[in-house]
Ligand binder design. Structure first.
Ligand SMILES: Nc1ncnc2c1ncn2[C@@H]1O[C@H](COP(=O)(O)OP(=O)(O)O)[C@@H](O)[C@H]1O
Ligand SMILES: CC(=O)N[C@@H](CCC(=O)OP(=O)(O)O)C(=O)O
Length: 325
């Protein structure tokens, strides 16, 4: 190879190296951190997007993060129910789940959507392992009663999570795997023996808090939380937990479990919870490794600055250090 050929090749490769170097502060900051990514059924719109999602998750894993995928599949469940001649009914944003519906929910989530995601991730190596909240008793739930017009309404086999055991997920993460979790819980009541249908946003938030995740990312089919939906498409880019709490009563349908989940996660110690547009290819990498943050980010309330130590405090400390008289 001539000297001029070598220098041309070096030159053309430089922008790629530049991109990698630019990612270095983000790689350093997130190394070893757990990230819970919720992939909503509405964001799984086409094959290319699903493949890009899998690439992003595998990239995170190879970059030293610990990604956990929690998936939904609402539209896919509705389609299957429809094919079986069963009606989909939602109340307070949750699917009314008869025992017959529960069988379909379990079949579609664990047998179809989860399998597809595991398969896509495993195109890149033996990484993904699929489970539901039933496996190793990861998620326990009791019957959820929705509050509608001040009344507690029974939605059938819809569950409220009562406890999370992260042991099996941590073991997989420690082994370098990517857990892919379907939002089904076992019954906390030993005598019940059944399973519960849990909203996937709620499940992702509960797992993020229990895992002490750094970030919860919720991928959906809108740009983020709209300030005045459906009248305007102005996205709220950042808000604190308290600001979100005030906004919750005004939110509609699909956004309610998402934003309640973000609030729960952040109040439970997760550093940031984000709602992202899953229709944007590589939205996860854009969010984590660049400063072009997209979507809505929920952050904890500002912690008050520690009070400057007064001379009196210092004296008390000195006395304590000396031990009891
Ligand atoms: N304030 C809001 N901002 C954005 N979307 C909203 C808002 N209120 C309600 N929505 C609706 O919530 C939907 C997302 O929730 P959902 O359909 O459950 O998605 P997923 O399947 O990703 O969980 C959006 O497509 C939109 O129609
Ligand atoms: C209780 C309840 O409503 N469960 C949801 C579970 C799937 C889900 O949440 O999927 P998305 O994230 O795609 O909406 C359902 O049956 O549709």
């Amino acid at each position: 190879m001539s000297t001029s050929e070598a220098s041309t090749r070096k030159h053309t490769a430089l922008p790629k190296v530049q991109t990698l170097i630019e990612a270095l502060p983000w790689l350093t900051r997130h190394h070893g951190r757990t990230v819970v990514i919720k992939f909503g059924g509405n964001a799984m719109v086409d094959e290319e997007l699903k493949a890009a999602f899998a690439q992003d998750v595998v990239f995170l894993r190879h970059a030293g993060l610990r990604p956990v995928v929690v998936h939904g599949g609402g539209p896919q469940i509705s389609k299957q129910l429809d094919a079986l001649g069963l009606e989909s009914q939602f109340r307070a944003g949750l699917r009314v789940t008869t025992p017959e519906t529960m069988d379909v929910v379990r079949m579609v989530l664990a047998g179809q959507v989860q399998r597809e995601l595991v398969n896509l991730l495993n195109q890149h190596g033996p990484l993904a392992v699929g489970m539901t909240g039933e496996d190793a008793r990861i998620m326990a739930a009791t019957r959820h009663f929705a509050e509608i017009d001040g009344e507690a309404v029974d939605l059938g086999r819809v569950g409220s999570i009562t406890s999370v055991d992260t042991g099996a997920i941590e073991a997989l993460l420690d082994d370098g795997r990517i857990p892919v979790i379907s939002s089904i819980a076992h019954s906390a009541d030993a005598g019940d023996g059944g399973v519960f249908n849990v909203n996937a946003d709620t499940a992702a938030a509960a797992l993020a808090a229990a895992l002490g995740a750094e970030t919860l990312m919720v991928l959906t089919d809108v740009e983020g939380l709209y300030a005045d939906w459906p009248r305007s498409d102005d996205v709220i880019s950042e808000l604190t937990a308290s600001q979100l709490e005030k906004l919750l009563p005004e939110l509609a349908s699909g956004m309610v479990p998402k934003m309640e989940g973000c609030l729960y996660a952040v109040r439970g110690g997760v550093h940031t919870a984000r709602v992202l547009d899953g229709r944007v290819p590589h939205s996860i990498l854009l969010e984590i490794f660049t400063d072009e943050g997209i979507g809505t980010m929920v952050v904890p309330d500002a912690v008050p600055e520690p009070r400057p130590q007064a001379p009196d405090d210092l004296r008390t400390q000195q006395r304590n250090a000396e031990g009891p008289a």
